[in-house]
Design a protein around this ligand. Structure first.
Ligand SMILES: C[S@@+](CC[C@H](N)C(=O)[O-])C[C@H]1O[C@@H](n2cnc3c(N)ncnc32)[C@H](O)[C@@H]1O
Ligand code: SF4
Ligand code: SF4
Length: 370
């Protein structure tokens, strides 16, 4: 252990977080599309934008079971489930839950039953207030946010996976208030305008106002927000010390896919076990969220978490920097229930206190008077 690390860990709070992560052990993760089907067609969904549904789920259950066996033998211990809409394939969702640590994203229309799936981390997607969400995800026809609120009211497994857009920052406080009143916590995600809709959803406009609004809700609901100001800053600016976000530093790329050969040997750290399986559960693609889309548009939260997590050494310059790294690690482990969840959530307020808000994102003094 380096001298700096030893000094920082003399702080009992940091030592506790560090120890919990160590006890949880290292992760060998993959992502899978549980099904290629979906009951929505959201504007600019990365899955359909690149035609990822051309690869289809196995119809034969024995093939699905063989995939689980294959990954257990390979040592996989964590599965991120995306797609397609996973709630359309509930029996297979349970099989993954029964065999691995995991998390799942859902649009929230079909509730994931509690029985037999009591501790599943479920990210329920929402893209804005009732009007914006309905407009972007159903051309204004259905209030999906209202349906999902009802389906996951006071469900401690569920957190909102709130995809924010630059021009709709003003909606954040109201949307988060509804999510918190519904008995759920909130993780933010940042929209990539893959189909060039422009206007309020254009990620190229930057997320300055969004960051300020995220800071406000952290101050207001510190025990309910899963994203720290540090992560918010790293994701939305694409900067991590001397590195700029993009393919050359991205860590979650399929290790077995020839398209990544040059990246895997460029010297930057990566997750050596990771594979992004297509719905056929045989082939992999470049990464979870892309086949050959431009990485300039990538603001994916989970991939940025990994970027921070593999770069501990960069964060050893001061106690504050180490705190930024350690709390990012801890939040990832907490959201995904890799550490004691019930006790872990009690640390959320202290985590936000330690990372702080003013150093990063407040545009003006007014912002803290919420
Ligand atoms: C492809 S979806 C699959 C799971 C499920 N159908 C859902 O919507 O949650 C996985 C996640 O990607 C997010 N997503 C899709 N397209 C996106 C985009 N262009 N920018 C940012 N997030 C996006 C969704 O909101 C969702 O949280
Ligand atoms: S519900 Fe999920 S998979 Fe379906 S279109 Fe929307 S973001 Fe894409
Ligand atoms: S799209 Fe994002 S996750 Fe995929 S390779 Fe590019 S930077 Fe990485």
């Amino acid at each position: 252990m380096s001298k700096a690390l030893k000094t920082y860990l003399a702080d009992p709070f940091l030592k506790h977080l560090y120890q919990e992560i160590r006890d949880a052990g290292s992760m060998k993760s993959i992502s899978i599309d549980l099904t290629h089907e979906c009951n929505l067609r959201c504007n600019g969904c990365y899955y359909f934008s690149e035609g990822m549904d051309v690869t289809q789920s196995p119809t034969n259950e024995a093939e699905f079971d063989a995939f689980i066996e294959q990954e257990l033998v390979r040592g996989t211990n964590f599965v991120t489930i995306v797609g397609g809409e996973p709630s359309l394939s509930l029996s297979r969702l349970k099989k993954i839950y029964d065999n691995f640590k995991m998390n799942v994203s859902t649009n929230g229309i079909i509730p994931i039953p509690v029985e037999g799936l009591e501790r599943m981390p479920i990210g329920v997607s929402v893209w804005g207030n009732h009007g914006t969400d309905a407009e972007m995800r159903t051309a204004g026809k259905r209030d999906i946010f209202a349906i999902a609120l009802k389906n996951y009211a006071n469900d401690s497994r569920a957190f909102w996976y709130y995809t924010v857009t630059p021009g709709n920052a003003h909606e954040i406080s109201d949307v988060v208030a509804q999510c918190v009143a519904n008995g759920n916590r909130v993780l933010f995600n940042f929209y990539s305008d893959l189909t060039n809709l422009g206007g309020s959803v254009d990620h190229r406009k930057g997320f300055k106002e969004v960051r300020a609004e995220i800071s406000k809700v952290i101050i207001k609901y510190p025990d309910s927000i899963y994203l720290s100001t540090y992560l918010s800053e790293v994701i939305s600016t694409g900067r991590l010390y001397d590195q700029e976000w993009g393919y050359n530093v991205c860590t979650t790329i399929s290790e077995n896919n020839p398209v990544n050969a040059a990246r895997l040997t460029n010297g930057n750290p990566y997750s050596p076990h990771f594979r992004a399986y297509n719905a056929d559960l045989k082939t992999t693609r470049r990464c979870c969220t892309g086949i050959d889309r431009s990485c300039d548009s990538c603001l994916d939260v989970w991939q940025h978490f990994s970027w921070v997590m593999v770069n501990m050494k960069k964060h050893l310059g001061s106690k504050q920097e180490f705190t930024n790294w350690l709390t990012s690690m801890y939040l990832f482990y907490l959201i995904n229930r890799l550490v004691d969840y019930e006790n872990g959530v009690l640390h959320l307020t202290e985590i936000h206190n330690r990372v702080g808000v003013s150093a990063f994102t407040l545009i003006n003094e007014e912002m803290i008077l919420v």
